[in-house]
Design a protein around this ligand. Structure first.
Ligand SMILES: NC(=O)c1ccc[n+]([C@@H]2O[C@H](COP(=O)([O-])OP(=O)(O)OC[C@H]3O[C@@H](n4cnc5c(N)ncnc54)[C@H](OP(=O)(O)O)[C@@H]3O)[C@@H](O)[C@H]2O)c1
Length: 186
């Protein structure tokens, strides 16, 4: 099974603002939607809470939400751990699980991820959630390019953004990596 981190960060470290994304880059949202549709997605409960009502749950995807208070959530599948999310997605026949944020969820999931799609947005505006600083030592860049976008966010013009695709250098099986990761947690 592929476990893929997918997220966007501002050049100033921005990640979230007022429960949503700090920017609106339709091209990037389209890329996110095309990449994740028909697969499973895992997000933290606050990301779930902040999804706009027209895309809540994210359509055409199995919406898994990481929370320690599962009772109050509707229209999604609550899970208590990343491991439970992986099991749930696999039991339902999914071959790809996308981890979409927030920062703590991405940080936890990097240990079991097989790929990372990290997009840099040239944004220098306000934010209240900072992007995670992941350790890219174990990852190799397999594709990086700049994509044109014509978008304004307040007084910021975004003319291009940069999605980068990483693969893990270490090709141990997912199961062996999960076991090694859990050993370190004990
Ligand atoms: N730039 C991007 O690509 C991107 C992507 C996604 C989200 N965002 C933005 O990021 C912000 C949200 O991030 P956030 O850091 O505030 O929150 P978050 O990560 O979305 O959610 C945090 C919540 O997740 C649950 N959680 C996390 N780890 C857990 C674990 N190990 N076990 C059980 N539950 C766990 C907890 O929920 P409970 O309190 O219910 O237990 C915790 O309060 C929003 O502004 C959103 O728009 C940006």
């Amino acid at each position: 099974m592929e476990i893929i981190l997918i997220y966007a960060e501002g050049t100033n470290g921005a990640f979230g603002y007022k429960q949503g994304l700090p920017w609106k880059v339709p091209e990037d949202l389209k890329h996110f939607s095309q990449t994740t549709t028909s697969h499973a997605v895992l997000m933290g409960r606050q990301t779930w809470d902040g999804l706009p009502s027209n895309v809540k749950p994210l359509p055409g995807r199995l919406n898994l939400v990481l929370t320690s208070h599962s009772g109050s959530l509707r229209n999604c599948q609550p899970v208590k751990s990343i491991y439970e999310a992986i099991e749930h997605a696999r039991d339902l026949g999914h071959h790809k699980l996308f981890i979409i944020g927030g920062p703590a969820v991405l940080r936890q999931a990097q240990h079991v991820a097989t790929r990372i799609i990290r997009t840099t947005i040239p944004y220098s505006g306000p934010f209240d959630v900072r992007a995670p600083e992941l350790d890219f030592h174990d990852w190799k860049l397999v594709d990086g390019r700049k994509v044109s976008a014509l978008t304004s966010v307040g007084s910021f013009d975004i003319e291009e953004y940069a999605p980068r695709f990483y693969k893990r250098k270490d090709d141990r099986s997912l199961l062996r990596r999960i076991k090694a990761w859990f050993k370190g947690q004990l």
